[in-house]
Ligand binder design. Sequence first.
Ligand SMILES: [Cu+2]
Length: 129
Amino acid sequence: MSQGLRAVLLIAYLNLFAANGCHRQVAPEVSMTQEVSPWPVRVGICNVALHLKDAGAQPLTAAHVSLEADMSHPGMAPVFSDATESSPGQYRGHIELTMPGDWVVLVHIRLANGQKAEREIELKGVETK
Ligand SMILES: [Cu+2]
């Protein structure tokens, strides 16, 4: 195999990986800031307020936002709920944290145009009620 061909194959191989990486990020650019209350987080109802902006830093309106709370240990069912838009780009929801410990809240965002994005909120060390 010539050096040239080898280089081409290597580039093709790297492109394959890059393409896979891109494929996972079909998600559009959505920026999210969040407020979680009460803080520190305790077992029970956890209120989540999300501020979503689009790539142009404008409020991301009319998205469908759902929350999925998972614990880091196996054998536990995730907790789901929906967030609703309370004002343009602001979404509020709550989830019930049923155990103390480390939780991750996955924020599933479906834009008005059908594109999807996902963000995470780590809630470490949720305290006993
Ligand atoms: Cu658990």
